[in-house]
Design a protein around this ligand. Structure first.
Ligand SMILES: Cc1cc2nc3c(=O)[nH]c(=O)nc-3n(C[C@H](O)[C@H](O)[C@H](O)COP(=O)(O)O)c2cc1C
Length: 260
């Protein structure tokens, strides 16, 4: 697969994976793709933790489940979320950003059948969703995401060794940039290998959960846990995604008059 195809065909994979483990040769390629990531002063601050055994997967699934349940009770989180939730395919295409609600959460049946207008107003009023969260509405999506974590053939915890900082005031900032590049290298290599990847952010949202995970896996205190990826061979591909038009984010020669 050429690199441009990998870039445009890569998708976040939220479905189930084939049951089989990632082949050793493919795993080696993913790691090799990560290894060649650029970094400031070539400090290479990353360390990857690969989790293939049930024990680690169960532990991460448990943290995920708890964090999603709590997110459904958190008005600020829900409020911020609602800004980016698109209720219909048409709305998603129109905005060219955000995520499709149905791809992220399976709502309780009465909400699934609710008219878009009602859902819209619920989403715009985070407090009502918080109430639903306290009544247990978060449990369904939490269980679903936790199951996906537990059943993924491979989980990868991406960590940053903060001791490997580059010189300069911007040190940590450049390290974070290169961590993003590392993840993208992995995502693109995975796309070429027909391996689907999904970011699983909820268990790393809160400092206390990150600390818990650090301890669970014996990760040194010098390391920041950056992200959790779940991976496996995809059963089918071709999910949709949307993007802004290029004219909405590319600008040419926009110098302020006064500075000419
Ligand atoms: C830092 C980061 C965190 C993300 N967290 C999640 C997540 O927790 N769950 C999820 O399903 N997708 C997550 N995503 C995927 C985005 O939702 C996705 O990239 C975006 O909606 C565009 O869709 P696409 O990747 O399929 O093109 C995350 C992406 C990034 C870069």
């Amino acid at each position: 697969m050429n690199v441009f195809d990998a870039i445009t065909q890569r998708r976040s994979h939220r479905g189930t994976f084939q049951k089989r483990a990632i082949e050793a040769a493919d795993l080696e390629k993913l790691i090799e793709a990560a290894r060649w990531t650029p970094s400031p002063f070539n400090v290479q601050p990353w360390e990857l933790l690969l989790i293939q055994e049930a024990e680690g997967k169960i532990a991460l699934a448990d943290v995920t489940e708890r964090s999603v349940v709590d997110q459904f009770k958190d008005a600020k989180f829900l409020d911020d979320n609602s800004r980016w939730m698109r209720l219909t395919e048409a709305e998603w295409q129109k905005y060219g950003d955000g995520v499709l609600l149905e791809e992220h959460v399976t709502l309780p049946k009465p909400l699934q059948d609710a008219p878009d207008k009602l859902l819209q107003s619920l989403l715009k009023n985070a407090k009502s969703f918080t109430l639903l969260g306290h009544l247990g509405a978060g449990k369904i999506p939490a269980k679903e995401i936790a199951t996906q974590v537990r059943e993924a053939p491979l989980l990868m915890l991406v960590t940053m060794n903060c001791k490997r900082y580059p010189p300069g005031e911007g040190g940590t900032r450049w390290m974070w940039l290169s961590m993003g590049m590392l993840i993208q290298n992995i995502l693109l290599a995975a796309t070429a290998l027909k391996i689907g990847v999904q970011f699983v952010s909820p268990p790393l949202e809160r400092a206390a959960d990150r600390e818990h995970i650090r301890q669970l896996f014996n990760i040194p205190t010098s390391h920041e846990v950056i992200t959790l990826l779940r991976m496996g061979y995809v059963e089918e591909s071709g999910r949709d995604s949307v993007r802004l038009e290029t004219s909405e984010f590319v600008h040419f020669e926009k110098v302020r008059d006064t500075e000419r």
